[in-house]
Design a protein. Structure first.
Length: 76
């Protein structure tokens, strides 16, 4: 019945698998009872400390700022 049909979710381009939904959206309906659209947040690749400009190492900080924040080592 679903052969050649597109998924019922407007933003999905996959073919229908069951009850008009693709495999991913059918599983969401089956287990969650609703379609959950994920939103992606753009994350900066640079340290969140102003004026640092280094690439992120962990938790939004470069390696030297991360170590300074943790207070483990004395970084110059």
């Amino acid at each position: 019945m679903n052969k050649g049909k597109k998924c019922l979710v407007n933003t999905c381009e996959k073919g229908a698998f069951c009850k008009g939904y693709c495999t991913k959206h059918y599983q969401q309906m089956k287990f969650q009872g609703k379609i959950v659209e994920k939103t992606f947040i753009s994350v900066s690749t640079f340290c969140k400390n102003l004026g640092c400009g280094q690439k992120i190492f962990a938790k939004g900080l470069c390696q030297s700022c991360y170590i300074k924040q943790r207070g483990v080592f004395d970084v110059q």
